[in-house]
Design a protein around this ligand. Sequence first.
Ligand SMILES: CC(C)=CCC/C(C)=C/CC/C(C)=C/C=C/C(C)=C/C=C/C=C(C)/C=C/C=C(C)/C=C/C=C(C)/C=C/CC(C)(C)O
Ligand SMILES: C[S@@+](CC[C@H](N)C(=O)[O-])C[C@H]1O[C@@H](n2cnc3c(N)ncnc32)[C@H](O)[C@@H]1O
Length: 379
Amino acid sequence: MATVDNHGSGTQSLTDRIAAWRDRLVGSRDFQSWAARFPLTRRTARRDGERLFDLVAGFTYSQVLHAAVSLGLVEHLANGPRSPAELALRCGVPPERMAVLCQAAAALDLLKRCRDGRFRLTRLGAALNGVPGLREMILHHSVLYRDLAEPGAFFRGETETELAGFWPYVFGADGDVDPDVAVTYSNLMADSQVLVAEETLKAIDLSDTTALLDIGGGTGAFLAAVGAAYPELALHLFDLPAVAPAARDRFDAAGLSGRAAIHSGSFQRDPLPIGADAISLIRVLYDHQDTTVRALLASAHATLPPGGRIVISEPMSGGDRPERAGDAYFALYCLAMRTGTVRSARRIADLLSEAGFVAVTTPRVDRPFVTRVVTAKKA
Ligand SMILES: CC(C)=CCC/C(C)=C/CC/C(C)=C/C=C/C(C)=C/C=C/C=C(C)/C=C/C=C(C)/C=C/C=C(C)/C=C/CC(C)(C)O
Ligand SMILES: C[S@@+](CC[C@H](N)C(=O)[O-])C[C@H]1O[C@@H](n2cnc3c(N)ncnc32)[C@H](O)[C@@H]1O
């Protein structure tokens, strides 16, 4: 590509110059005004305006969703349509304000306004009730919302984020954490694990595996799903002493106790249990910095037998193709957590190769906003 001098600020390719010209044009009021009237550009101009408006206003959309959940609107509509007055009474909100909320939720396609002025759930609104843990996820966003209140300060790294304190075990706490906090944390993790497990198990095939070690396996939600899908597989869970023992109840309830072993320890301090021919790390790597991840992947590699498999599953950055869930939600989430970072599948593949793994694959997943998967083998 031809390059030209850019007034002392280095060289600029022809593509860059064309882009700069396009940006100046689209950014000019006169052009916008003309494009909004000209038949061939009118639709694009309107669509871009709408898209920009949605980004400008998006934070209020999320708060409408939050209110619909926290005030119990979604719950109260689960059995059919109701009038705003009825909902106002049930949710403890003044009728005229409830009417605004219903109308807003209808505009966002969470509710449908019936001809008689009542509101009912749309397909989207109804789906919300069936997503495990989503209600609690939405509610806990109050914390992240506060952390993002001054976005400039947030990105400069000046915000003392509250979210960091919400997930105590990410910091490797063991033993000295309020048990109630531990339960809230573990329940939210386990509930939100249901879809992650569903998605991960669609992407991988464990039929040639005899024993799976789930590192950072929480209270066993992933292993319970694996156990149901693979009746012969031996299951090993490894997590911090304050978390791992709680998996016992889940394994008992699922009838998995005969083939599920629980190992308490820290992958930052203790050796990993040996004997498994596959290791899974589900939503673990993104909680940690590269040094921890490198050491963890190296121990995983050392623990596995030749031919052993590793499965990484977590939300990922789109890398050279940035995407909303990974790059505009989970990346900010991790910044607020202050301990880890969202990585692209390519970056995780590189870290796996660095640790000695081969045959790295990135199987397709249906819902990358829930999780993405990278697998590899020990040679
Ligand atoms: C019945 C008729 C007439 C027609 C039917 C037509 C039809 C087939 C409709 C489909 C309806 C349907 C089944 C819809 C299903 C929708 C689903 C399943 C939606 C799922 C959505 C899931 C979402 C939005 C998940 C969000 C997850 C989030 C935000 C997770 C966040 C996790 C975090 C922050 C974890 C943090 C952990 C830490 C601390 C960083 O380590
Ligand atoms: C984000 S949660 C994921 C839990 C589970 N895999 C899931 O997807 O629901 C991260 C897990 O890693 C565990 N963890 C964090 N640091 C750890 C460490 N040093 N050793 C072992 N487990 C650790 C946490 O206790 C927690 O259960």
